[in-house]
Design a protein around this ligand. Structure first.
Ligand code: NDP
Ligand SMILES: CCCCC/C=C\CC(=O)/C=C/C=C/C=C\[C@@H](O)CCCC(=O)O
Length: 329
């Protein structure tokens, strides 16, 4: 019998999640039935979506939602060999049993030299978000100017680099000087610390006096209400996330955006990366190629230890991560 450790949502979050909102439990796993496999989590992802989705999809006592890279340790399923690695969507668990449904084997072309945790970040859901958000929602064109916020994060850092590959000028913002330095290191044309600029308006004008053709919005709130006024005519806004709102007990009331939307004839489109699940392989193949060619750099914020999952999650929401936040078991 294998004893699994799991993190459950003890209490729904009020504002920023607190360690006391979580409970660490142990579950005895049964022996495998025909067609089942036993897996151990090797890396687990902590993502912003978990904060709003927990409110929408979970009840107190549920195992926290999330994805992991897991190794197959026992198999009674001929499609999955012991020792293989998969991306699973099984929540905050150290070990779990699966019938194979919803498991994604890591591409066979995955080189040993590349951390498998990238399957949770640059070459996984966040990277795919950048890929499809830019190519299918922003529909960026060479020579255009792209703005991205939370730019030093899992999604934003890929957005900026893909936009450079696409021949665009790229402006990014992040919440620390170290993150701004990282953005310039990975090729952003302009980058600023939104927490320390005296005026966001001036910072956006200075970074691109002619304005922006594409705005890849990860943050929402006040930033977006200001940034929309810097869009060029016929600009496109990809509404990817609104992390400035997730931890607010009372949602902020932002100023109306309809006026610039009309005068500038803007297109603003929300999207969820799962809408392109049928093109996951295409995106992963392209991202893996760019990473191996060195055209897309990556940085991971690795927290050691399953017991530190809540801390890693809260830290990411508070901006303590540079690049993709993952937990190494
Ligand atoms: N639509 C979709 O399918 C998907 C949407 N998303 C969304 O993309 C966004 C980025 O996700 P991801 O890259 O995984 O996360 P990140 O790795 O970027 O981590 C979150 C970052 O958000 C920034 N942040 C936190 N609070 C605020 C705030 N109040 N104002 C401004 N910035 C803040 C912090 O960076 P900083 O130092 O810059 O403040 C923090 O590091 C999120 O909104 C997420 O919900 C992600 C995946 C899929
Ligand atoms: C309930 C209000 C939601 C407001 C918007 C919140 C978040 C946007 C966001 O971050 C969306 C994330 C989408 C993630 C998609 C897939 C994951 O659920 C699991 C990924 C599993 C995988 O395929 O690797």
């Amino acid at each position: 019998m294998v004893t699994a450790k799991v993190w459950v949502l003890k209490k729904h979050f009020q504002g920023f999640p607190k360690p006391s909102d979580f409970d660490l439990k142990k579950i005895e796993l049964p022996s495998l039935q025909h067609g089942e496999l036993l897996l151990e989590s090797v890396f687990l992802s902590v993502d912003p979506y978990m904060r709003p989705y927990s409110q929408r999809d979970m009840k107190e006592g549920d195992v926290m939602i999330g994805t992991q890279v897991a190794r197959i340790v026992e198999s009674k399923n001929p499609a999955f060999a012991v020792g293989a690695f998969v991306v699973a969507n099984s929540g905050w668990r150290s070990h779990f049993i699966s019938d194979g449904k919803g498991l994604h084997l890591l591409p066979s072309s995955w080189p040993e030299s590349l951390p498998k945790s990238l399957a949770l970040g640059t070459v996984g859901m966040p990277g795919l978000t950048a890929y499809f958000g830019l190519f299918e929602v922003c529909k960026m064109k060479p020579g255009e100017t792209v703005l991205v916020n939370a730019a030093a994060g899992a999604v934003g850092s890929v957005v900026g680099q893909l936009a450079k590959i696409g021949g665009c000028k790229v402006v990014g913002c992040a919440g620390s000087d170290d993150k701004v330095a990282y953005l310039k290191k990975i090729g952003f044309d302009e980058a600023f610390n939104y927490k320390t600029v005296t005026s966001l308006d001036e910072a956006l004008s200075k970074a691109s006096p002619d304005g922006y053709d594409c705005f890849f919005d990860n943050v929402g709130g006040e930033f977006s209400s200001i940034a929309i006024n810097h869009m060029k005519k016929h600009g496109r806004i990809a509404v990817c996330g609104a992390i400035s709102q997730y931890n607010d007990s009372v949602p902020q009331k932002g100023p109306y955006v309809q006026i610039p939307m009309i005068f500038k004839e803007l297109r603003m489109e929300g999207f969820i990366v799962s809408s392109w699940n049928n093109r996951r392989e295409e995106g992963q193949k392209a991202l893996l190629k760019w990473v191996l060619e060195g055209k897309v750099k990556f940085h991971e914020q690795v927290t050691e230890g399953f017991e530190n999952m809540p801390a890693a999650f809260i830290g990411m929401l508070r901006g303590e991560n540079l690049g993709k936040a993952v937990v190494k078991v």
